[in-house]
Ligand binder design. Sequence first.
Ligand code: FES
Ligand code: MG
Length: 571
Amino acid sequence: MGAYRSSDWFGKKDKMGLIYRSWMKNQGMPEDMFDGRPVIGICNTWSELTPCNAHLRDIAESVRRGVLEAGGFPVEFPIMSLGETLLKPTAMLFRNLASMDAEESIRGNPIDGVVLLTGCDKTTPSTLMGAASVDLPTIVVQGGPMLNGKYHGHDIGSGTSVWKLTEELKKGNISYEEYAEVESCMSRSPGHCMTMGTASTMACMVESLGMSLTGGAAIPAVDARRKRLAQLSGRRIVEMVKEDLRISKILTRDAFENAIKVNAAVGGSSNFIIHLTAIAGRIGVPLNLEDFDDIGSKMPLLVNLMPSGKFLMEDFYYAGGVPAVLKQMQSVLKMDVMTVSGKTHSENIASAGVTYNKEVIYEFEQPLIPEAGIAVLKGNLALNGAVIKPSAATPSLMQHRGRAVVFEDIEDYHARIDDPELDIDETCVMVLKSVGPVGYPGMPEVGNMTLPKKLLDKGVIDMVRISDGRMSGTAYGTVILHVSPESAIGGNLGLVENGDIIELDVANKRIHLEVTDEVLAIRRSNWTPPMPLADRGYVNLYIKHVQQADKGADLDFLVGGSGPTVTRDSH
Ligand code: FES
Ligand code: MG
């Protein structure tokens, strides 16, 4: 009898053992599947409502094959799947809920090791957060990006092209028919967004953390090598169980530092910060907002992908993918960290790590942008910090003083943004309140507010925008996000009035509201918090317990882990 934790279920020679085995046998499993071999959970975020993950049952079959080949017992199970595009008011509201689902499903079941099948943005952090709080041997198989979008003879990218073409439509440069044609040209194969949006960012994060096999981030969803990687991961997780290579042995401080540096190099999403912080909180690795600036902001941009650059994930894969980036960056990374392969990054990329296209992956010595990592800003407007992604911003706006044009909430923004009477010009700073974790609720991706039509018509393409929300990883612009504390809980952002002067100084990491403390105190005494938007259910729990963006927006009672032990039986 094996000594794995599943033997606490299947190894029992009593009434409980009978119950645990008998019902499983209704699926036709032979007796020897219960002989103490490693039981491998395949945690599937498949859903037809998460189109980016709709192919994952196929990928699960490849994982299953690998588990069986290595002598394991594969058991696939679903958890709540979060799709970016359909879920209202925002998938982010449910990231922590899905993480609870993953955590309890893994811990409560006879599982010795787990394969996380991920894809769309939130499906990666939610499953990793849950798995980290259990701490079993864990490997991630990313679902892979869609093939490049193809439209009217050129490549278009998920999300990024939507923002661009929507502006073109608004300016009257294209017809609605041309605009609508994009739908099927942009999303033409299984997989997640193929720009360096949040899904691709999360896939690269996983690989740089050492949580997937080498090359896992960039292989297109439909490339046969994606299935091969899944099958090999199925074989490998069985070995990881035998080696007791738990997730806590891989998710070390060094691994997190590597991920932050690689994120700068790939031009990853600003959402990376919030998700990595939450994962670190679950595994107990200290990581604060300043670390992202200290470790990442001086790192160069190497990967020329939308929205920071021009290519797409398919190109990135053919150019060498994350292994090539690791190789380029080896002088600044901790290459001796352990990964799920049982080997270090250096060993993993010894024979891989070749750059095949220097237009897509630049050399470390001659980067696309010398200092590209996400910058953390502080000041009286964001006492606990705010973030900006310089590689997606306009250099001339990174130092800017302007008059605030305030939108009290998203409805106010929609109602007035295209009003010809709106008192705004391109030097103004657009301020959006009540889009933080508590305020919206769920911190949606609305920070990259579309500019007023009258300014777009004038040819204005970027303006400074500030909010306590997030923006899509596929978005771009001089957009200050994640302002903490948020406006809805009394942060100074909530006290900004039309006409106030705001100063942005990215080089000096500063975001300042030119209003005296005395005036702010008076405004504060007249300020009333917005009404809570839910009086029951999960959303009510979320509003009461969600932490601010600088802490990763996890629920306060979910931080940390409870390990894999469950002592009591079910009957
Ligand atoms: Fe799913 Fe972009 S919408 S990855
Ligand atoms: Mg997103």
